[in-house]
Design a protein around this ligand. Structure first.
Ligand SMILES: Nc1ncnc2c1ncn2[C@@H]1O[C@H](COP(=O)(O)OP(=O)(O)O)[C@@H](O)[C@H]1O
Ligand SMILES: [Mg+2]
Ligand SMILES: [Zn+2]
Length: 328
């Protein structure tokens, strides 16, 4: 899973629901006024008339448009005042027939100045957090669900200590990282073969930091880069700004670096992401199956030099997925 278009779809649906709800509420109010207070309703109809006149004057070219416009404008203002007075006289609020919006900034469109409104991003975040907190497989990815019993405690690894000892240190480091999360903060590189718990601990960090109230983006490198590429080439359903969000998030958890399609585009997007975040002292937690020589070979000096300065936790042991499957 991760941060993907589903969360945007959920936010869009939520926005749609709000628009419907407010539209219904407006219509109900208008109907109510029409039935109970025909005088007020007549004023409201007249205002709609001046708006139509305004539009037709704008449509006409030539003539003394400005003069006509200001005349209509004046009428309109006077009518609006009368409407307010009339509503108040019936014991209703002055703005009772105004359009109703949950968000005054974007009028529930989700967009201000061509960018996603903060209310929309709140909805995306809420969807992402609730996904992480719901009884999905993700909710199992917490520090408490991370068991050290899957790592061998008898044979020393080439690094010296046993796999369990090493993973115990890694678990502690991840917990501490999440507990002490603040801004600015350092990043981390979780590195090791597949099935050793990198994604599990990445998600544990993401949910713990979300719980602290930070804006966290968790996503696998293939998912995030695919979305960014789609948006860049205009193939996204809406004017999403995943790249901007990924760069600006308080914490970016970039899972499975190296699993993405290796293209010029993905490399340059990655460089921008990693570089911009480091320059702004915004932390990134990266997980990868790649060895250091593979990282430097694949990403080149520019990106590798950034990644290699991050604190590294090396994951060792044998595939936990296999062990869990054997347990049944
Ligand atoms: N120490 C652990 N305790 C419990 N479950 C684990 C542990 N390590 C991994 N898992 C589980 O095993 C599976 C594979 O782990 P994952 O984190 O995806 O590995 P990686 O990302 O390193 O390839 C996941 O379902 C994960 O929840
Ligand atoms: Mg993984
Ligand atoms: Zn808004």
């Amino acid at each position: 899973m991760g941060f993907d278009s589903r969360f945007f779809a959920i936010a869009e649906a939520e926005l749609n629901r709000i628009q419907q709800k407010n539209k219904y509420l407006s219509e109900t109010r208008l109907e109510e006024v029409k039935l109970k207070f025909p005088d007020t309703y007549a004023l409201r109809t007249k205002i709609a008339g001046t708006c139509a006149r305004l539009l037709s004057v704008i449509a006409e070219t030539g003539g003394n448009t400005a003069e006509k416009l200001s005349e209509i404008e004046k009428d309109n203002m006077a009518l609006r005042d009368q409407l307010k007075t009339s509503l108040i006289s019936h014991g209703l609020p002055a703005d009772y027939l105004d359009p109703i919006y949950d968000c005054k900034k974007c009028c529930d469109t989700g967009i201000v100045d061509g960018k996603r409104c903060s209310c929309f991003m709140e909805k995306v975040k809420a969807a992402a957090s609730s996904e992480m907190n719901r009884s999905s497989p993700l909710s199992l990815c917490t520090f408490d669900e991370f068991s050290l019993s899957y790592y061998d405690d008898t044979t020393p690894t080439p690094l010296g200590p046993t796999a369990r000892k090493i993973m115990e240190i890694n678990l502690k480091a991840c917990r501490k990282y999440a507990e002490e999360f603040h801004l600015p903060y350092n990043g981390m590189l979780l590195r090791g073969r597949t099935g050793l718990g990198k994604t599990h601990l990445s998600l544990s960090i993401a949910s713990a930091v979300i719980d602290k109230g930070y804006n966290v983006i968790y996503g696998s490198a293939p998912d995030l880069l695919r979305m960014i590429e789609r948006e860049h080439f205009g193939n996204a359903p809406a004017d999403l700004d995943t790249l901007g969000m990924v760069i600006r998030a308080d914490l970016l958890v970039l899972d499975d670096l190296g699993a993405e399609f290796d293209t010029k585009f993905s490399q340059s997007a990655l460089y921008n992401i990693i570089n911009d975040r480091i320059n702004a002292s915004r932390p990134t937690v990266i997980s990868t199956n790649l060895e250091h020589n593979e990282l430097s070979g694949r990403y080149g000096e520019r990106i590798y030099s950034r990644i290699s300065t991050m604190e590294e936790l090396y994951f060792t042991g044998s595939d936990v997925r296999v062990k869990k499957a054997a347990e049944g």
